[in-house]
Design a protein around this ligand. Sequence first.
Ligand code: NAD
Ligand code: UDP
Ligand code: UDP
Length: 348
Amino acid sequence: HRSAFEEVRFVGSSGAGKVPLGLKRKGMRIVVTGGAGFVGSHLVDRLMARGDSVIVVDNFFTGRKENVAHHFGKPNFELIRHDVVEPLLLEVDQIYHLACPASPVHYKFNPVKTIISFSFLTNVVGTLNMLGLAKRVGARFLLTSTSEVYGDPLQHPQAETYWGNVNPIGVRSCYDEGKRTAETLTMDYHRGAKVEVRIARIFNTYGPRMCIDDGRVVSNFVAQALRKEALTVYGDGKQTRSFQYVSDLVEGLMRLMDGEHVGPFNLGNPGEFTMLELAKVVQETIDPNARIEFKDNTPDDPHKRKPDIAKAKDLLNWEPTVPLRKGLPLMVNDFRKRIFGDHIAATT
Ligand code: NAD
Ligand code: UDP
Ligand code: UDP
């Protein structure tokens, strides 16, 4: 692993006024798989701002070129259209592996073949390929796993020591089991091939650039309220989730990658809301008159979810700073622009 720092000597313009030796960060070569997606594109922004050379690898299954278009033409940015299920040869220092068809619409409702090829294969074969790449070039590898590895949890809040309660034959299991296998492969390459690895278990995250129609609850409610449609609450709406703003997640991912601990680490905001409470926050933020419509829930929907983040606080010195009521308006501005266009957004 190439050191992120190089010693530099600061010398005054005359050469006389020497200042003490300092450490200046040297740019690294970093690949972000899934970098044209929601989380990936925000991570890419931070890495670019830090001065790293960033290679985005994405097949645009759910990601969009527009999410990274503002970096086109910069010498330290590259975008490769590639499916990580196929082998990939690159020379890099770090691999942030985010590529995964993550949206519930795609894994719950698509035909079986699509589910298997895009979700499970991406998580298993795609992760294997990126670990093979990490092994060959000696790069550090970070897996973005998920709170879904805990399934419908019997422990609350969930700590990293909990092994989970996943239904192996349920409608969500191709995603849950795919990520669980990806974690297994990551630890096997760590133990067997001495690859430097990091594992993040990400809890529900929201923010600008989320897919508008991918069926996740925050994007659904925000888009529905803006379009004057009813907010669709599934089941009785008493199930809970903990919503993290994307900038907090990106900070956590970078601390994890650049720190000394393998993990797994929960990265999420412990603020817990029922779906009815979330609907209320969306009403307060966008439209107090937005109606609520109850719909059938999908099977195996986890009843409760809230991260125990003591480990990340302690070892990464990380905790979220943006509460839901602060983060939601930031996302609403972006959704307004994308749904109605810049002109209308400016006047509403
Ligand atoms: P996203 O769908 O916006 O991003 C995923 C990206 O991966 C997309 O750009 C997509 O085109 C790309 N991709 C999918 N399959 C690919 C393949 N085979 N080859 C190359 N690229 C491929 O989703 P996101 O919310 O940004 O999620 C990023 C990561 O974080 C995922 O691994 C996801 O499982 C994890 N995660 C996200 C959340 C959340 O709430 N957003 C929660 C838990 C875990
Ligand atoms: N791989 C890759 N890029 C690389 C090195 C490997 O995509 O730079 C893929 C390779 O094609 C294989 C997987 O990663 O499918 C695992 O590689 P590894 O060397 O660990 O296993 P092996 O190829 O020996 O089975
Ligand atoms: N949900 C809802 N209305 C929607 C979409 C989702 O009430 O329009 C519920 C869903 O049943 C689940 C919660 O919101 O209980 C979170 O769903 P999401 O798909 O966003 O994330 P995940 O289930 O993966 O945590």
